[in-house]
Write a protein that binds this ligand. Structure first.
Ligand SMILES: [Zn+2]
Length: 457
């Protein structure tokens, strides 16, 4: 327990009275590690993050994974070398890094927008929050006026090209036929069966947590140290790399109020926090809440020493000053978070420069449109009117661009017309001679095509 406050007293009293029987069963274990009481929100019963526990599990599974000490030695050298480089170049202009993202929405057959099969707009609202937070964007909840507050100069984009080179909106909906997900199913099935090349895409999974992950908001895979300095680079954990978030904690109610959210974690900061871990950040108390100690560090001098997680938005004096409860790497409510610090930024940039499956994202081109993308967009916006039609059928495009050609065939597959489109006039088709029934129009542009149906009255 971190400290005695009224909430803790309430929690303890409730236990004694047996009021919250579920919590009274106590000491939940995640990834084989006991979750400390300090990490459980006593009001909601939720566990904000299990990245520390997950990292311990990965170290057991992959003994070659760098120890905490090895990783800290490695990153300290990288930070130092980055600083030397930027001093030498005598300029402060860093290039903004854009991280290409795929969001796998793992569902169970629900309609889009229902329950765990969250709407595109909810996914997009999360990307917006990430950009506001990592860019400390003026006029957004991600802005702060703290002297040590950093514009991390990292942005996120939804991928536009999938691993097969085909167009995508960066949202990968997968029906895995399972209502909720515990740690074993996630690690052995969900992630490995859906992951996109983690060297080119930053993978984010959104699902309904259940079983041993009930009440958990999310977790991340910590970056590996590169092999360049003789450390192993742990490629063995490549097929689980990324962050996974409970669907009701993904996206922002401020941006897309119609989405599915759970207060007080409804403004997208769970993902900001977890990506912070994936890019090398520790909790502000140094991931050691079991010890209720000030002697652990997050290796960032500009975040005051803290002895454990804070929940809600109340201030707390931990060690030598008040905790930075507004830091994204605390456990506070979404609404009171707004800062990454300069030292946290340096850790992130060192990871982006040097870590496997992080450095390669900088040169990934998957946020650029594929060659066929414009053709795909054009065909996507095409419609027929009127439908049903009697005399003239029109092919409508969303802009003035023309398709290459079209073929009309009847329900028996017989070709009625094959027309190369030279002018817009070619898009008005006289069908007065056709007999009544169902017809199809196959419209082509580049290597793409689209088939639409119409009825002749
Ligand atoms: Zn965390």
């Amino acid at each position: 327990m971190k400290y005695i406050n009224t909430k803790t007293l309430f929690f303890t009293a409730s236990l004694l009275l047996g009021v919250i029987a579920v919590n009274a069963q106590q000491s939940p274990k995640v990834f084989g590690k006991t979750i400390s009481e300090a990490a459980i929100n006593s009001e909601t019963g939720t566990i904000r993050c299990v990245t520390t526990e997950y990292e311990e599990y990965l170290k057991e599974k992959f003994p070659q994974r760098a120890t905490n000490k090895e990783f800290e030695n490695w990153i300290a050298q990288k930070i130092l070398s980055n600083k030397t480089k930027s001093n030498a170049s005598a300029q402060n202009t860093t290039q903004v890094i854009t991280i290409p993202v795929v969001v796998h929405v793992i569902h169970n057959g629900d309609f889009i927008g229902n329950n765990e099969n969250i709407a595109d707009e909810q996914v997009e609202s999360q990307i917006t929050v990430l950009n506001q937070d990592y860019r400390r964007m003026l006029g957004t909840p991600g802005y702060n006026t703290n002297d040590v507050g950093a514009d991390v100069e990292i942005e996120f984009c939804l991928a536009q090209t999938d691993p097969d080179g085909l167009p995508t909106n960066g949202i990968d909906r997968v029906d895995l036929g399972q209502a909720s997900w515990g740690e074993s199913d996630i690690e052995n099935t969900l992630k490995p069966s859906t992951i996109w090349d983690p060297a080119q895409y930053f993978n984010i999974w959104v699902c309904n947590f259940g079983s041993d992950l009930s009440g958990v908001l999310g977790y991340a895979q910590f970056p590996s140290a590169s092999s360049l300095d003789g450390l192993n680079n742990n490629e063995g954990s490549a097929d689980t790399d990324g962050v996974i978030i409970g669907y009701e904690y993904f996206g922002s109610i401020n941006i897309y109020p119609q989405g599915n959210y759970s207060y007080p974690y409804d403004e997208g900061r769970t993902t900001t926090h977890e990506i912070g871990h994936a890019l090398g950040l520790l909790h502000i108390w140094g991931n050691s809440y079991n010890n209720n100690s000030c002697s652990y560090s997050d290796y960032c001098d500009d975040t005051p020493a803290s002895n454990g997680p804070n929940s809600s938005c109340s201030s707390h004096y931990s060690c030598t000053s008040y905790d930075m409860i507004e830091n994204y790497m605390d456990y506070t409510n979404d609404a009171c978070m707004n800062i990454f610090t300069q030292d946290q930024k340096e850790r992130i940039l060192a990871v982006m420069e040097n870590s496997p499956r992080r450095a390669s994202l900088k040169t990934s081109t998957v946020c650029q449109v594929t060659a066929g993308r414009e053709d795909f967009e054009l065909l996507n916006g095409i419609n027929l009117y009127p439908n049903p039609a009697q005399e003239v059928l029109n092919i409508a495009t969303t802009n003035n661009e023309l398709p290459d050609s079209y073929i009309i065939y009847n329900s028996l597959g017989q070709t009625m017309a094959a027309t190369k489109v030279n002018t817009a006039a070619n898009l008005s088709i006289n069908i007065s001679a056709y007999s009544s029934g169902i017809y199809f129009v196959s419209i082509e542009k580049g290597s793409e095509s689209k088939v639409l149906k119409f009825i002749k009255k």
